[in-house]
Design a protein around this ligand. Structure first.
Ligand code: NAD
Length: 506
């Protein structure tokens, strides 16, 4: 693929949107006509500008919140089955527009097209399908209380959910937030990351074409510190659903806390993988390659700390080499490519700093040897493993968000568990062993929101997802997410005349 092919693909992407010039925000059921500052999205394969988008100022966020609020009232008063039918239609529309949605993310963030047009589109569609099945099943309870009263609970939407998303899987991150919020009767103001504004805008117009009522889903682009902050502080937005870094999550929680808003946070990770000598080593190595290097390592659940039982360390490293040798690092528009560029120059520089840090730590740096086919430009980093880093080093402690994995040997289960849990994060963990008792022991003792046994990165819209410790607060996905998006009202009705002069019986 050449620069020229990227330029023509970018033109094709631009033609999916009306007019000329910067892309508009999607507000109140259509393309906003407000002009303002602009934000430039860069194609990380070429390092050249891709598209510009209009930054949403405070007034635009205000309009988005007002339209989401009005639309949610009508949406919630309607029939749950109708909501489900519409969300199913959105799922179908995502599939039928999958080529466009996939192209948007590949050009915007460099995620390979073999993933964006297939897995990501299917995952986004399935999120909407799962939540479509929930809309007519949300119900309260009839609670037996003291004589003289009937008491029922009813679930009600917050009204407007402010969804703030990161850039690493733009379409699926957006769908993960938008589908459950809509299914629970809320309107949404979605703020995508600065690096990845395009597919969220496309999703909003695709959903509208599929019949989603006007105003329910709004997309406002802009920097986190301004547009994102307006979303967090807007008094008409009662619930903030944030996915992103732990640092920003902490700042948002504190701003939202002062305003007494409900917040759920899906944050960073530094996930361990434990490989025991009895494990299927080639499969474990293939899982580590997938987990550590898929999406260029820019995955919150990436298994970046790998603990291998001493006697099989060399065998494991050889197996990992063999796995990575099958991967093609290259232009993400090429359907053969497995690993594309990092999202931005800043992320590239950050990862290079960590690589230099690893070298200074006198660790063994193993630059794995994938098939290379990448252009001269772009923010590419080869999949890299550090072996035997000093204990407590920053590479093991900090989320790098690049294709960098550290490998350590351990002597016994206790040592491996202690090392795995020795982190501020707690998003996921993966255990490789043939021993069922050990698998159960470790699943119990690992301090992480997701544990995979002889597996990695298995997710389903029906299965809850959320982090422990600094990896987050609250859950996304699964029926467990419903209480995070709804309030519970307790309704009391007197069924008898009051006998007491003081009022109703207590
Ligand atoms: P980020 O925290 O820099 O930004 C995330 C979003 O927050 C962006 O839309 C950004 O514009 C916005 N933002 C930034 N400052 C803000 C502020 N003050 N107020 C309101 N909004 C603000 O994260 P990123 O670099 O886009 O994404 C990478 C991070 O996301 C990694 O840490 C990764 O682990 C995390 N992540 C977590 C999950 C999960 O499910 N746990 C999933 C994907 C990504």
């Amino acid at each position: 693929m050449s620069d020229t092919q990227h330029v023509s693909a970018a033109r094709a992407l631009r033609r999916l949107f009306p007019g000329e010039g910067p892309l508009r925000n999607w507000v109140d059921g259509g393309w906003s006509d407000r002009h303002g500052e602009e934000l430039e999205s860069i194609d990380p394969t070429t390092g050249r500008p891709l598209l510009t988008v209009t930054v949403a100022d405070e007034g635009e966020v205000d309009r988005a919140a007002a339209s989401a609020s009005a639309a949610s009232r009508a949406w919630w008063r309607g029939d749950g089955q109708d909501r489900g039918r519409i969300l199913r239609a959105v799922a179908d529309a995502i599939r039928s527009r999958g080529a466009d949605l996939g192209l948007a993310d590949t050009l915007d963030v460099g995620r390979p097209i073999r993933d964006t047009r297939t897995r990501d589109v299917e995952r986004a569609a399935r999120l909407f399908e799962f939540w479509a099945g929930v809309t007519d099943r949300i119900r309260g309870a009839n609670i037996p209380v003291q004589p003289g009263f009937a008491n029922v609970t009813q679930y009600e939407p917050y009204g407007v959910v402010g969804a703030i998303a990161p850039w690493n899987y733009p379409l699926t991150n957006a769908a993960t937030k938008v589908a459950p919020a809509l299914a629970t009767g809320n309107g949404v103001v979605l703020k995508p990351a600065e690096e990845s504004p395009v597919s969220a805008l496309l999703l909003a117009s695709v959903a509208s074409d599929a019949g989603l009522p006007s105003g329910l889903l709004n997309v406002v682009n802009g920097p986190g510190e301004t547009t994102g902050d307006h979303v967090v502080r807007h008094e008409g937005i009662e619930k903030i659903a944030f996915t992103g870094s732990t640092t920003v999550g902490r700042a948002i929680a504190s701003a939202a806390g002062a305003l007494l808003k409900s917040v759920s946070l899906e944050l960073g990770g530094k996930s361990p993988t434990m490989v025991f000598a009895d494990a299927d080593i080639p499969r474990a190595a293939s899982a580590v390659a997938l987990s550590g290097f898929n999406n260029q390592g820019q995955t919150c659940t990436a298994g970046t700390r790998v603990y291998v039982e001493g006697p099989v360390l060399d065998e494991f490293l050889d197996a990992l080499r063999a796995q990575v040798a099958r991967l093609r690092v290259g232009d993400p528009l090429d359907p053969e490519t497995h690993v594309g560029p990092l999202v931005s120059a800043a992320q590239h520089a950050r990862v290079q700093d960590y690589l230099a840090l690893g070298d200074r730590q006198s660790a063994q740096r193993v630059e794995l040897a994938p098939i290379r086919a990448h252009p001269d430009t772009g923010y590419f980093v080869a999949p890299t493993v550090f072996v035997h880093l000093d204990p407590g080093n920053r590479i093991d402690r900090e989320e790098i968000f690049g294709p960098v994995v550290s490998l350590h040997a351990f002597d016994d289960e206790e040592e491996a568990l202690t090392a795995a849990n020795d982190t501020a994060y707690g998003l996921s963990a993966s255990v490789w062993t043939q021993s069922l008792p050990r698998a159960h022991r470790l699943s119990r003792d690992l301090r992480a929101g997701l544990v995979w046994v002889n597996a990695v990165h298995a997710l389903h819209p029906g299965s809850p997802y959320g982090g422990y410790k600094q990896s987050g607060v609250g859950l996304e996905m699964g029926l467990e997410a419903i209480p995070q998006l709804m309030k519970v009202k307790s309704v009391w009705t007197a069924t008898e005349p009051w006998a007491s002069p003081w009022g109703p019986p207590e």
